[in-house]
Design a protein around this ligand. Structure first.
Ligand code: ARG
Length: 599
């Protein structure tokens, strides 16, 4: 699915790509003729520039395959031709002091950059921007609304809420880093017949607010689960639930009073979990908030002649767009889930004047979003284009039994607790009886690492793929896990802590390819953030973190840092450690993980 038409412009973030793209553009234009329509734009060329897999081949590479059609030659010959022009024309095509060598191989033109320019430039950026390194201004002056997590009321968060919560949180942070003003909305499912069921169950089997206050949302869940079981046996229960919901809709004092109490209890509990995960929302306007805003929507649909009567229900016919009809009013005149989403989107546009209106939901809701967004388009709202459904795949736990407290809901709280306990055990096994850290410090670290392990174990997967959560992988301190990234961050911190000399950031030399690899990866953070923003894909950041950690750890093992061969090399390696610390730290922030200086 294509989310946004505009091309990612790497142009503005990577100076050297811009210079090379500019030169390539001029050479291609000169060789093929000014007027060719199919010539690539500068932006397209910049976007095609790659990083060669082997650093010995060069620092950047341009593939010539797409040029075959324009040049009517093989990619190899084209590469040679362009490279020839480059070196001949170099004085005016590109400031040659920036590129040390140009070579061709397998249809690619490879560029080796001049160390002095390349390395110092990247590091200057990092040491200037520090915890802002990787950020951009593409969202400056723009507002994005993001609707995520959005659980249903009177239930605790289940493990199924983990993905929308994590993915939404990270997409929000990635956008913030790109300059957007973000409005995070928790659109709680607090309206509809399920509310009638809770009220009926409470009246039937509890009717005791002290018990509800004591046991909180877990008691409400109990009642709800029980209602389902009993209603199977006795149809009349469903009628009771319906009439309680009607009471609620009509503003009956008792119904509204209970509902408000239940809502308060539900929100307090989910906030407790969000707090553990470091997640915040700007608004908790749930479905009920739109109750009084729906008549206007129905009126508007009627006025615009979009509504159609179908077997007593009011629908919008979407057959022209290969979709089943969007249901607006039931036969009894009650509004539906799509009606509320339309009303809330209109409200969000009015209230926040969004440039993007993002929804993070599992892909089983794709049709629902496609339908109602289409309806807003048919209503003539040009912002329908800016309503973006971000679907994700399902998560399962590989048949591993999860502690289950209530009914068949696997609680997110239990999962997080279990993660922290497991990390505590691992820490104790790694350093039995370790006394360098206090009990509290150990607890604090285990919490950050345990929660981080779960969040990373989710986010490292491509959003759209189904995920099989696996404890061994998520907690493997040496594998592709959150703890591994946090550990690497702590390692960089601890080297810097042990150093007692001042670092001269302006005099950096590199002596081997590992250092060069580090520089290459450091230089990529800004564009990784842009890719993650464009694709709504936190896994891009996770994979970047794994890459930079792998290279940094190799460097740490193979190269002496504090005892380097010379003062100059020691200084440079320490500067690299500090730069890596910023890159990893910023990456962790983008995916919502906590940093720890010790592990
Ligand atoms: N409450 C819904 C659920 O639990 C998710 C709501 C998603 N947001 C929305 N605007 N429809 O499935």
């Amino acid at each position: 699915m294509e989310y946004r038409k505009e091309k990612l412009s790497l142009f503005m973030i990577c100076d050297i790509k811009k210079i090379i793209a500019e030169a390539l553009y001029n050479i291609i234009k000169k060789t093929t003729g000014e007027t060719r329509q199919d010539n690539l734009s500068k932006e397209e060329i910049a976007g095609m520039i790659e990083y060669p897999p082997d650093i010995n081949m060069g620092d950047l590479a341009f593939p010539c395959f797409r040029l075959s059609k324009i040049f009517r030659k093989s990619p190899n010959v084209i590469a040679e031709t362009i490279a020839g022009e480059f070196t001949r024309d170099v004085e005016d095509a590109v400031p040659y002091n920036k590129i040390k060598n140009i070579s061709c191989a397998g249809g690619y033109i490879n560029f080796t950059l001049n160390d002095k320019y390349y390395i110092q430039n990247i590091l200057n950026d990092i040491f200037e921007q520090k915890d802002k390194y990787g950020s951009s201004n593409i969202g400056d002056g723009k507002t994005a609304v993001i609707d995520y997590s959005s659980p249903n009321m009177s239930k605790p968060l289940g493990v199924a809420h983990m993905r929308p919560t994590n993915i939404g949180n990270s997409i929000k942070k990635i956008h913030q880093f790109c300059g957007y003003k973000m409005i995070a909305i928790n659109y709680i499912g607090d309206w509809g017949t399920p509310q009638g069921k809770i009220l009926a169950a409470y009246k039937l089997w509890c009717n005791d607010m002290t018990e509800i206050e004591e046991k909180g949302v877990y008691k409400l869940l109990d009642l709800y689960v029980n209602f389902g079981v009993e209603a199977e046996k006795d149809e009349r229960l469903n009628d009771m639930a319906r009439s309680w919901f009607v009471k609620l809709e009509q503003g009956d004092e008792e119904a509204v009073g209970l509902w408000k109490k239940f809502m308060g209890i539900s929100v307090a509990e989910i906030k407790r979990i969000y707090n553990i995960m470091g997640i915040e929302f700007d608004s908790y306007d749930g479905e009920s908030f739109f109750e009084d805003k729906m008549d206007a929507v129905v009126e508007e649909l009627k006025e615009k002649n979009i509504l159609k009567l179908d077997q007593g229900a009011q629908i919008v016919d979407l057959s022209e767009y290969n979709m089943p009809p969007c249901l607006i009013l039931k036969t009894d005149g009650a509004t539906l889930y799509p009606t509320r989403d339309i009303a809330s989107a209109i409200y969000r546009k009015k209230t926040y004047n969004f440039d993007k209106n993002i929804y993070v939901n599992d892909m089983r809701q794709n049709l629902h979003f496609a339908q109602w967004i289409k309806v807003t388009e048919l209503m003539g709202y040009d912002w329908a284009n800016n309503c973006i459904n971000i679907p994700f795949g399902l998560m399962n736990f590989g048949g591993q039994v999860m502690a289950t407290r209530k009914g068949n809901t696997q609680l997110l709280d239990d999962l997080l607790k279990m993660a922290v306990e497991k990390v505590e055990t691992i820490m104790e096994e790694k350093n039995p009886g370790d006394e360098t850290l206090s009990k509290e410090e150990k607890k604090e670290i285990a919490k950050k690492v345990g929660i981080g392990a779960v969040m990373f174990g989710d986010l490292v997967n491509s959003r759209i793929k189904d995920v099989n959560f696996n404890w061994e992988e998520a907690l493997n301190f040496n594998g592709n896990s959150g703890p591994y990234v946090q550990y690497t961050y702590a390692r960089a911190c601890s080297v810097l802590e042990k150093n007692d000399t001042d670092i001269d950031y302006k005099n950096i030399v590199i002596t081997n390819n590992l250092e060069r690899e580090i520089i290459k990866l450091l230089s990529q953070l800004p564009e990784k953030v842009l890719i993650a923003e464009r694709e709504y894909e936190p896994s891009v950041i996770c994979r970047y973190l794994l890459d930079i950690c792998a290279v940094f750890n190799r460097f740490y093992h193979d190269c002496s840092i504090l005892k380097a061969e010379s003062a100059e090399i020691k200084n440079s390696r320490l500067a690299l450690c500090e730069a890596v610390k910023y890159a990893i730290g910023n990456g962790l922030w983008l995916i919502g993980l906590e940093k720890t200086n010790k592990v």
